[in-house]
Design a protein around this ligand. Structure first.
Ligand SMILES: NC(=O)c1ccc[n+]([C@@H]2O[C@H](COP(=O)([O-])OP(=O)(O)OC[C@H]3O[C@@H](n4cnc5c(N)ncnc54)[C@H](O)[C@@H]3O)[C@@H](O)[C@H]2O)c1
Length: 260
């Protein structure tokens, strides 16, 4: 198993995507602290994983909650090896976004990653620790009607480099993972649970011609969390079905159109 004996914290663990990450890390041998503001969802997620999972209901934008996440983890397992910063806000009104929307979304998506990293750092030092920050394909392209979320995800890629630079002194690696469209709570809601429809909509802009599965992204996160990737830090890993490899011509041959 990749993560035997390791202790991991996963934020945003109540939702479909986050709980799959927590489940995968536990399946690889880690003890996992699931964190979310969704109390009922978080309890259920932890219970479904079993003995090596505990849930902490906490708001990652609240500094005393951040301290509590760390203290509960240390009380239970006396060290931290892995931190997965996955909690996010999609609150974004594009060009009409208010200052409050900008600040609150950046607070959840970016600032909280830095604050949790800082709180975990002394307890990860010297243990070969690994931090994984969830970015997105949205960090690199413009998407209609979306400003705040993509800016936050681009900031995460840079924050990851900064954290990697300074945390290297403590032997802590820091990487980001950028998924493409991934089956998740928002897709479940918008498509009314229709996975086939979600794959069909995603097909033209993913080389794999489908949306990803949270389990597939969770495997990338588990690998980055493990000692197998001891040479990897400060990197952004695409887990996007080839979305970022594709250009505006998509997977269609445009040149023959000149001859038509
Ligand atoms: N779903 C996708 O297709 C996709 C694509 C690329 C990247 N991502 C990234 O993957 C991650 C998960 O995405 P998702 O679609 O599953 O999101 P989601 O909205 O379903 O889940 C986010 C979780 O974070 C929790 N959360 C929000 N604010 C919090 C706070 N202040 N404190 C603690 N918990 C809080 C929510 O309760 C929720 O459980 C995000 O970082 C997202 O940017 C998702």
């Amino acid at each position: 198993m990749l993560l035997e004996g390791k202790v991991a914290i996963v934020t945003g663990a109540a939702t479909l995507f986050g709980r799959e990450v927590a489940r995968t890390l536990a399946g690889e041998g880690a003890s996992v602290v699931l964190v979310d503001i969704d109390d009922a969802g978080g309890r259920e997620a932890a219970a479904s994983i079993g003995d090596r999972a505990v849930f902490v209901c906490a708001d990652v934008t609240n500094d005393s909650d951040v301290e509590r996440i760390i203290s509960v983890t240390l009380e239970r397992w006396s060290g931290i090896d892995v931190l997965v910063n996955l909690a996010c806000s999609y609150n974004d009104a594009g060009a009409e976004s208010t200052r409050e929307q900008w600040l609150s979304t950046l607070n959840v998506n970016v600032v909280s990653m830095a604050m949790l990293g800082a709180a975990a750092r002394p307890h990860m030092a010297g243990r070969g620790g690994s931090i994984i920050n969830l970015s997105s394909i949205s960090s690199k392209v413009a998407q209609t009607g979306r400003w705040v979320y993509p800016v936050s995800k681009a900031a995460i890629v840079q924050l990851t480099r900064n954290m990697a630079m300074d945390y290297a002194a403590d032997g802590i690696r820091v990487n980001s993972v950028s998924p493409g469209w991934t089956w998740s709570a928002i897709m479940d809601t918008l498509s009314k649970g229709d996975r086939a429809k979600t794959h069909a909509v995603a097909a033209p802009f993913h080389l794999t011609r489908r949306a990803g599965d949270p389990q597939e992204v969770a495997q990338v996160i588990a690998f980055l969390a493990s000692d197998r990737t001891s040479v990897v830090t400060g990197a952004d890993w695409a887990a996007d079905g080839g979305y970022s490899a594709m250009g505006p011509e998509q997977a269609a041959s445009a040149i023959p159109l000149l001859e038509a």
